[in-house]
Design a protein around this ligand. Structure first.
Ligand code: TPP
Ligand code: MG
Length: 377
């Protein structure tokens, strides 16, 4: 069934977020945003959320053991990436920030791709063209500009493809984000702007970013805004799907996904310096995984046996993550600048006609150790 939402600004932009699955797992259909998924799809969404939660928990532990330089947890936000990934077509393009491990997982980026950046062995992590997902943007809001430019290219190509871009409540105040929205509106770019309002931008509460719900900002730019429960994977899927379908011909849509950052900003942050345990605990009751589990158990799609099997699969993933992280090969240092320029860096910096010396030969670690000990006596 195609979505029946036709782009009118959503009444829910100021009221409660759009929700089809309540925290107890009770399903109530919203005719504007049909959930056209079969039983296998529903189980797939559940499995992805469980596995991404495991990957996140394991990565957090690995950082504490010194195996990763840093980790930005997506705990509690799994429904957003998993729901969006189910809604985008394979040929659509997605631009993430640094917390969208669920999106990367679902787009087919492997363990090393997701964790390599956090181990410090890559500047990016994967080939964006191969998986339809740009590399993470740590520069807050920059990816919104990239996404709108990309969407304008898709529009010129005329293939009916769309772009989705994910950014945070903090990024919503960034000049890059707001300028990108002006361009998206002026050129009716086929782009869905998904703002994850997880309550915090490091230690700054979301209330400091805007006096009105962020979804209402869309009206000022002249495009529709929707506010959705970001802990409800079915609503996330249905709203993202409807927004993408609209964007392909109608231009930009802003979605505000209301959720909560369950962990500290990163493993380098102590969130108890600026928020209370009671606030975090309150959100535990709205966990995106347990509500889908409850729903699938109610529908008879999941039973104890299936849940135990999923638990085993998740343990196997944890083992694979530990192994892959510890055995990631160190890159050759000379590849550091690779991909920064279209052509060889040194050649492009030297005036025409001046001969360029061949690249320095590889120095293996034994040679380097001997040279160093000779130099230091
Ligand atoms: C341009 C820029 N300014 C500041 C920072 C430092 N910084 C890193 S994360 C962050 C907060 C972002 O909050 P939000 O957009 O809500 O995303 P969240 O971390 O909650 O997912 C800031 C200010 C940065 N990385 N880039
Ligand atoms: Mg935030």
């Amino acid at each position: 069934m195609p979505p029946t939402w036709t782009g009118e600004p959503c009444d829910g932009a100021s009221g409660p977020p759009i929700q089809v699955l309540d925290p107890s797992g009770q399903f109530t259909a919203d005719p504007r945003f049909p959930v056209d998924l079969d039983d296998g799809d529903l189980l797939g969404l559940h499995r992805d959320m469980v596995l991404v939660r495991q990957l996140d928990t394991t990565a957090t532990a690995l950082q504490q053991q010194g195996e990763l330089g840093l980790w930005a947890s997506s705990r509690g936000q799994e429904a957003i990436g998993v729901g969006l990934a189910a809604a985008v077509a394979p040929s659509d393009m997605v631009f993430p920030s640094y917390r969208e491990h669920a999106l990367a997982w679902c787009r087919g980026v492997g363990i090393s791709g997701i964790l390599g950046l956090f181990r410090g062995i890559t500047n990016g992590g994967w080939d964006p063209a191969a998986v339809g997902l740009a590399v993470p943007s740590i520069v807050i809001g920059a990816q919104v500009l990239h996404a709108v430019g990309y969407a304008m290219g898709q529009q010129l190509d005329g293939g009916g493809e769309a772009t989705a871009v994910v950014f945070g409540d903090g990024a919503s105040s960034q000049g890059d984000t707001l300028e990108a929205m002006v361009w998206a509106a002026s050129f009716e770019a086929p782009v869905v702007l998904l703002c994850i309002n997880n309550g915090w931008a490091i230690s700054v509460p979301a209330a400091r970013q805007s006096r009105i719900p962020l979804a209402q900002r869309a009206r000022g730019f002249g495009f529709p805004g929707l506010r959705v429960d970001g802990n409800d994977v079915l609503a996330m899927y249905a709203v993202a799907r409807a927004a993408l379908d609209y964007a392909r011909t109608g231009g930009p849509v802003l979605i505000e996904a209301v959720t909560y950052r369950m962990a500290a900003h990163t493993t380098a942050d102590d969130d108890m310096r600026y928020r209370t345990r009671a606030e975090v605990d309150q959100w535990q009751e709205r966990d995106p995984i347990s509500r889908l589990t409850a729903h699938l158990v109610d529908c008879g799609l999941l039973d104890d046996g299936a849940l135990a099997e999923l638990q085993h699969e998740s343990q196997r993933l944890a083992e694979a993550v530990r192994h892959e992280v510890r055995t990631m090969p160190m890159p050759d240092v000379r590849t550091l600048g690779r991909h920064a320029y279209a052509s060889d860096t040194r050649a492009s910096l030297v005036p025409a006609g001046v001969p360029v010396a061949p690249p320095a030969p590889a120095v293996d670690s034994a040679v380097r150790a001997t040279a160093l000990s000779a130099a230091h006596g």
